[in-house]
Design a protein around this ligand. Sequence first.
Ligand SMILES: [Mg+2]
Length: 278
Amino acid sequence: MAMPRTLHLLLLLVAMALVVSCSPMPTSVLATKRRQAMDEAAAARIHALRPLRGSGRELASRGGVACDSWALGVEAHNVRDWKTVPASCEGYVGHYMLGSHYRRDSQVVVDEAVAYAETLKLAGNGKEVWVFDIDETTLSNLPYYANHGFGTKPFNATSFNAYVLEGSAPALPETRRLYSKLVSIGVKPVFLTGRTEDQRAVTVANLRRQGFSGWMNLLLKQPGFKGSAVAYKSGERQKLQDAGYAIVGNIGDQWSDILGAPEGARTFKLPDPMYYIG
Ligand SMILES: [Mg+2]
């Protein structure tokens, strides 16, 4: 008689745990291996239980989206112009953002950025700059979004701006690592943000409180600007270039941070499955 799948998995898990526990290894290594074995067994069960569904905006709008596929589509810029995270993906996005996955994905991005920065041959004229976006790139608004459905609810400018004015947003630790590296080698940071000019003082205070200093410029959106995010940000980068600066790098959480000439010699996209800015 065929063994029930759950029993089979349970026996496999016990056997793996026994193999690990009988090995003459240090306690920390044992604990890590035991955890890996349990994760693998759990992953196999979860994968088997997961419904086989496609992804995309149509499915997302009907609530039948596979959230990991949807998020990948967002990061690859295949899924565009979305207004809210699919309601059925609140749990997925919440776990992603609050667990270790978001941090690990950010580490990969910044590891690449730091490795690239180490290859730069600076001219010695102080003209090399690196453009940083602020929200979900330098400062994290996760405390706000965790209380507002992780992007499943329509954006509320009133409550979000009230949060910004608290000036309490924590730094993204990986981006702070990149920032410090760039300052140490002589590349000047430039903040380029969709935050508005009237938010300058609180933004400066928040950045300083989170350990950022020594930036060359903080560029905020001026009153009356009506264009798209791409038009705004590429226009500001063009002004930097026209003033003789070389944009050696550019990092943001939105595709609109890194699209539109001049993009910068290298661009880096941080993950953000919570909102889309076109
Ligand atoms: Mg941003």
